[in-house]
Structure formats: C-alpha cells, structure tokens
Design a protein around this ligand. Structure first.
Ligand SMILES: NC(=O)c1ccc[n+]([C@@H]2O[C@H](COP(=O)([O-])OP(=O)(O)OC[C@H]3O[C@@H](n4cnc5c(N)ncnc54)[C@H](OP(=O)(O)O)[C@@H]3O)[C@@H](O)[C@H]2O)c1
Length: 258
C-alpha cells in the first residue's frame, strides 16, 4: 500500500502515481492494467494525452472499486473557454462520474488565469471533480488564483529531478500548503551518473529506484511512466529501502539550479 498525502478536502493522494504521457491506446491500456495489478492506485492522464478512454477501460477492467483509484486528468489552456464541456468529455471517456483531481495543464494567458480557475472551482462545486489544482504554474501565479477566489490549488504538477532540484521552490509550495507533484524525473536524469549508480549498488536497487526514492524522501509525489511491466513493477518497489541523509545530500548536489 503506497503512502498518501492528504489534500485540503481530506482526499488521500497516493505519493506514487503512474504517468501515461505518450502512451498510445493499446500500450496505455496494457500499462495501466499492469500498474493497477502491481499496486499503483493513482493514474495521471490528460486531455492532451488522448488516452483517457484507454485509462478508463483499464480502471474498469481491473475490478477495483472506482473509489480505490485516484484519477487525475488535465485541461489544456486552449480548452479553457469551454472547460465544462471538455471535462464532461473527459468523464465520458474515462467512464466515470468524477475525477479525483483536475489540473490546468499549463498557464493560460494572463487575462484568463482567474476565469479558468473559477471554471475549475465551479466543477468542484458541481461534484464533477474532488480536487482542483494546476500544473507548470509559478508561486506568483498560484497566489493570484488564491487571492481571486480564497481557494488555493491543492497541487502544482511541475518538472522535478535531481538536476532540477530547487529547495527554495519546494519551500514556496510548502509555505502555501500546495502539494508538489514532480514529473519527468526519470526522463530528465542520466541514470548512469556514478553518484546514482554507486548508491544503487549499495542498496542493491536500480538507479531509477534511487531517483524515485529520493523524490519520496523529499515528500514529492512521483508519476513514473513505463510501458515495460518489469520497470512498472520496480518503479513501484520503493519501500524496501531508505536513502541515508548523506545519499540524499549527494543527490541534491546534482542540481543545476542556482
Ligand atoms: N503536467 C505536465 O506538463 C507533464 C509533463 C510531462 C509529464 N507529465 C506526467 O508525468 C509523467 C512522467 O513523466 P514522463 O512520462 O515525461 O517521464 P518519466 O516517467 O520520467 O520517464 C519515462 C521514460 O523513462 C523510461 N523508464 C521508465 N522506467 C524506467 C526505469 N526503471 N529504468 C530506465 N528507464 C525507465 C521510460 O521508457 P520505457 O517505457 O521504455 O520503460 C520512458 O522513456 C507523464 O507520463 C505524465 O503523466 C506531466
């Protein structure tokens, strides 16, 4: 059972999610089925990924109760003017009455930031989504949304990896009570880096597991994506080891920020 973090409304968000970007229909279906069999209970999709129906079918066919799986989808900014219609389409494709988290995929133009956020909040009020958040937003943009509505995004989904590690940015989110979901942590890492391979060797795990475990040590939600069952499984096996403080510091030092 994966650890979870509580979102403001009380929903438990599993810290390990399964990413589905670039997974085409058949692979998306098979990979999500595999992920759910292995134990993942959090699936991340988006209108942009064009695989919502495959994700929905995989969740249905898994025989898990809908309530047991945390499903996120995302609104493209270009769909902001018909946000409700886009959400209804996502729900139809996902074959569900609600999603657990609906994100704005990346910022709209400045003049539409607040009105789009209002659309998300109104979908939440209507019970179509349990939680709302953003992706690729800056803390300043998050503050604008919070000030305009009195309601802050539950989550900001942003790129995160050892090379992009930014403690100050993490602290900005923590201070606001916004959960950080990190994306592309494997893709943006050289898994042959000797710092990672040495730590992996000592713990008898893979470099990918070290990178993913490092995110968890920083309480960052991860969304590893793979189309290979063996990797889907090992990317989820992160509870059998912990990184020592000096391992974490060594990986933090791989950052190219600042
Ligand atoms: N909000 C946004 O703007 C945004 C942007 C990007 C991503 N995301 C979300 O975050 C998720 C993750 O990001 P991502 O898909 O960009 O990249 P990722 O999960 O960091 O990396 C995926 C790549 O790593 C490989 N891989 C997976 N496990 C591995 C392992 N154990 N060892 C070696 N290689 C491994 C995969 O290849 P194989 O399939 O061959 O294993 C794939 O090429 C996405 O799927 C999406 O859900 C969101």
């Amino acid at each position: 059972m994966t650890k979870t973090v509580n979102l403001p409304g009380g929903t438990a968000l599993p810290l390990i999610g399964f990413g589905t970007w670039q997974l085409r229909p058949k692979t998306a279906y098979e990979s999500v089925r595999a992920a759910l069999e292995i134990g993942y209970r959090h699936i991340d999709t988006a209108t942009l990924y064009q695989n919502e129906s495959d994700v929905g079918r995989a969740v249905k066919d898994s025989d898990l109760d809908r309530e047991q799986v945390f499903v996120t989808t995302k609104l493209r900014p270009q769909d902001a003017r018909h946000a409700r219609r886009t959400l209804e389409s996502s729900l139809r494709l996902l074959n569900t009455g609600y999603v657990d988290l609906w994100l704005i995929h990346w910022p709209t133009g400045q003049d539409e930031l607040v009105s789009t956020w209002q659309e998300l909040l109104s979908a939440k009020d209507a019970g179509l989504v349990r939680n709302v958040g953003v992706s690729n937003y800056s803390p300043v943009q998050i503050d604008l949304l919070t000030k305009s509505s009195g309601q802050q995004p539950a989550v900001n989904q942003i790129p995160w990896s050892p090379a992009q590690h930014d403690p100050a940015l993490l602290e900005e989110h923590r201070r606001r009570g916004v959960v950080v979901e990190g994306y592309s942590g494997l893709k943006n890492t050289d898994l042959r880096n000797p710092v990672l391979t040495e730590i992996a060797r000592r713990h008898q795990v893979t470099s990918a597991q070290v990178v993913l475990r490092w995110h968890l040590e920083h309480d960052i939600v991860i969304l590893p994506r793979s189309s290979r069952r063996e990797r889907i499984a090992t990317n989820y096996e992160l509870e059998s080891f912990h990184l020592a403080p000096e391992d974490i510091t060594a990986i933090d030092s791989l950052t190219r920020i600042g």
